[in-house]
Design a protein around this ligand. Structure first.
Ligand code: NDP
Length: 451
């Protein structure tokens, strides 16, 4: 008779939790998982997937506008927000169904409800009490917004996916991933967009050339970017939400969206009582094996606030299951994690920024190309893309690759293999370009820029 109901109980059926439970079950473990909301988690239900669908929708306006240069004559395009949201919802329902089937076919038992630790081996889900030898916390994160008067009038990305109608005037607070992506979405769909940021350049943490190129592309699309200003107060007015900014200016918007970061979703889980040590800002502290300070409790994904990206949560969940149930030794390695921002223009990036490279290496060669993507020429779109490589001068190794422009995320996925493999600039130079593409720039840049 086993001592516990399950070998593994997972709290949270998002990317990390579902991956970990399926892999553990594949290794022969008896696994259960609980979810208080919809199976699939942030990425599938209210993040990456619906966001990308909205990005696709918003790009059509640009395609319609540019098509004239290619000889097309299109009538006055008409857009229906309810039709888009309904189509998006159908797709999310379909994907959620796939996630349910994946769990079922892996033999993972699903408990619908919020999980709470009663002790280090017992989880309460509603009326159920379930015991497990090992417990994995994979509860993700939740939007965080500053505590300003009237903040209940604002939305976050969670609600943006379910607005009844497309707002005419949108204010977005913040300048990280979500802010710039939604600025592009609303702008492309026809809203008037203002982005308010407390510092002086969007996308802090990305390479400065990337930040400047995206900013220029956003401005040229008509997005109003306001620096050194944040919404300080929101009030309901007759014709919308009146925003008082930190510099005392006032302006009325139909929708105010905060994209000011996300917090690990750890409250009310009973973690401290189970001996789990918490780090700053509610994150669960873990080591490279995703072990918490409690022997049998583990955590993966955004709840640990390492690198908050879906593929990272998948990697952490997979490595955890292989190590704990598959007899393997798989610490996680977050170096050279590639990332994309689905802004307009989009970004693909892997490795060090120029500032980081100069900080860590004694000499850095910088290769940079700023050019008009061929696609834009006949459309007469006056916009430059960016290709940038950073090379460690001592080893000739490419340590950073940054692209802004059409298909940048698709381009960088391939180059991430090269950067991860530690290939040299000479290897890049020996690789032939595919002509005519934008990506060929990355293997044809020969002259470093003057430092
Ligand atoms: P980010 O951390 O990327 O950006 C938060 C933004 O809000 C920053 O511009 C930050 O400013 C600003 N901010 C923070 N606190 C305040 C405050 N008190 N007042 C005013 N501004 C504030 O968070 P997001 O919400 O955009 O995204 C959350 C996470 O989700 C990301 O970190 C990313 O990991 C993930 N994500 C990934 C995507 C992708 O892979 N394409 C897409 C969407 C999300 P400052 O720069 O000064 O700190």
């Amino acid at each position: 008779m086993p001592r516990f109901d399950f070998d593994l109980f997972v709290i949270g059926a998002g990317s990390g939790g579902v991956r970990a439970s399926r892999i553990a079950a594949g290794h022969g473990a008896r696994v259960a998982i609980c979810e208080e909301s919809r199976v699939g988690g942030t990425c599938v239900i209210r993040g990456c997937v619906p966001k990308k669908l909205l990005v696709y929708a918003s790009q059509f306006s640009e395609h319609f506008a540019d098509s004239a240069g290619y000889g097309w004559k299109v009538g006055e395009p008409a857009f229906s927000w309810p039709a888009l949201i309904a189509a998006k919802d159908r797709e999310i329902d379909r994907l959620e169904g796939i996630y349910h089937r994946l769990l079922h076919s892996a033999g993972v038992e699903l408990y619908q409800g919020r999980g709470q630790l009663l002790d280090e081996h017992t989880v309460a889900v509603g009326e159920d009490r379930v015991t497990a030898e090992k417990i994995l916390i994979a509860t993700g994160g939740r939007p965080w917004l500053p505590d300003i008067p009237g903040r209940e009038l604002a939305i976050t990305s969670d609600e943006a996916f379910h607005l009844e109608k497309l707002p005419e005037r949108v204010l977005i607070a913040g300048a990280g991933y979500i802010a710039v992506e939604f600025a592009g979405i609303f702008n492309g769909l026809g809203s008037e967009v203002t982005l308010a940021y407390r510092r002086d350049l969007i996308l802090r943490g990305f390479d400065d050339d990337v930040r400047g190129t995206v900013e220029a592309g956003m401005r040229s699309r008509g997005i109003d970017i306001q620096y050194h200003c944040v919404p300080a107060r929101l009030e309901q007015a007759n014709d919308g939400i009146e925003v008082t900014f930190s510099d005392d200016r006032r302006q009325v918007f139909d929708c105010v969206m905060f994209a000011t970061g996300r917090s690990p979703y750890t409250w009310g889980l009973g973690l401290e009582d189970a001996g789990v040590r918490m780090g700053a800002e509610n994150r669960i502290e873990v080591d490279a094996y995703s072990r918490t300070s409690a022997d049998n409790i583990f955590a993966v994904g955004d709840v640990t606030d390492r690198i908050n990206l879906t593929p990272v949560a998948l990697m952490e969940g997979h490595a955890f299951a292989d190590t704990q149930f598959g007899g393997m030794d798989r610490p996680v390695d977050h170096a050279n994690t590639p990332a994309a921002v689905f802004s307009q223009p989009p970004v693909g990036t892997v490795g060090l920024t120029e500032v980081e490279a100069r900080e860590h290496l004694s000499a850095v060669r910088v290769y940079r190309s700023s050019f008009t993507p061929m696609k834009y020429t006949l459309g007469q779109r006056d916009e430059k893309g960016l290709m940038k490589l950073l090379v460690d001068d001592a080893s000739d190794r490419v340590v950073g690759c940054h692209v802004v422009g059409p298909d940048a995320p698709e381009i960088v996925q391939g180059f991430a293999v090269a950067v991860r493999a530690g290939l040299s600039k000479a290897e890049f130079d020996r690789t032939l370009g595919i002509h005519p593409t934008s990506a060929e720039e990355l293997v044809t840049m020969r002259q470093p820029v003057d430092n």
